[in-house]
Ligand binder design. Structure first.
Ligand SMILES: Nc1ncnc2c1ncn2[C@@H]1O[C@H](COP(=O)(O)OP(=O)(O)OP(=O)(O)O)[C@@H](O)[C@H]1O
Ligand SMILES: [Mg+2]
Length: 205
């Protein structure tokens, strides 16, 4: 069973019919990349998964369960992480405070361990835990956005831990698997990614 799947998803902005039947699936331990020209609907697809842009037709499923109409915070609690393209690092909070905000999506005894793991992945962030977000370089902010997605505890229903969904260009930079439980090579970048092309600016799917 897929960890995450979209079945014939149709999403609109007002009357504009943007996603016209997007279907895809992500298996456990699989890295999936969506490619498509500007305006093709990549971000809208991710927003539809997160319940930020609502799929008007079709279904988004996680571990087979329909999550299409759940509130975004419920979707996050189910284990889908999100790394926004524009990063949205809070400029007046420190690196550590930004990360603690991420852990609030999944509080509990595990949160500190996840935070520690994230700092292990990104030693540059560890060196800058007390630095305010606004003083980070663009790349460092990107690291922080990814680390914040990881500490929110994205996981499959079977307890496996996929990398968070990442919007925007470039390969997924997260090395390894925070729980070491993923099948296959340790480095997700070494996995053959499934490429999902979105064909045009108006139609996606
Ligand atoms: N809030 C919105 N209201 C109306 N139209 C929107 C909105 N957001 C995006 N669109 C339109 O929806 C289409 C898909 O946009 P989307 O942001 O999903 O593309 P994308 O594939 O992520 O593009 P890029 O590669 O430039 O990031 C575009 O035609 C865009 O103009
Ligand atoms: Mg986009």
């Amino acid at each position: 069973m897929s960890l995450l799947s979209l079945e014939d998803v149709h999403t609109y902005y007002g009357e504009a019919h943007i996603l016209q039947g997007v279907s895809l699936s992500v298996g456990d331990g699989e890295v999936v990349t969506m490619i498509g020209r500007n305006g093709a609907g990549k971000t809208t697809t991710l927003l539809s998964i997160m319940g930020i842009a609502r799929a008007r037709r079709g279904a988004v499923r996680m571990g087979g369960q329909d999550i299409t109409n759940l509130e975004t915070h419920e979707i996050v609690r189910r284990g889908i992480g999100w790394v926004p393209e524009e990063r949205r690092v809070l400029p007046n909070l420190t690196v550590l405070e930004n990360l603690r905000l991420g852990t609030m999506a999944a509080p509990g005894p595990d949160a500190e361990r996840r935070l520690e793991e994230a700092l292990e992945y990104f030693p540059r962030l560890r060196e800058r835990v007390a630095q305010k977000g606004r003083f980070l370089s663009g790349g460092e902010q990107q690291m922080l956005a990814i680390a914040r997605g990881l500490v929110a505890d994205p996981r499959g229903r079977d307890g496996s831990l996929p990398p968070p969904l990442r919007d925007g260009p470039g390969p997924h930079p997260v090395r390894g698997h925070p729980r070491g439980a993923a099948p296959g090579p340790h480095d997700p970048a070494a996995l053959p990614p499934a490429l999902i092309p979105l064909p045009s600016g108006e139609r996606a799917g």
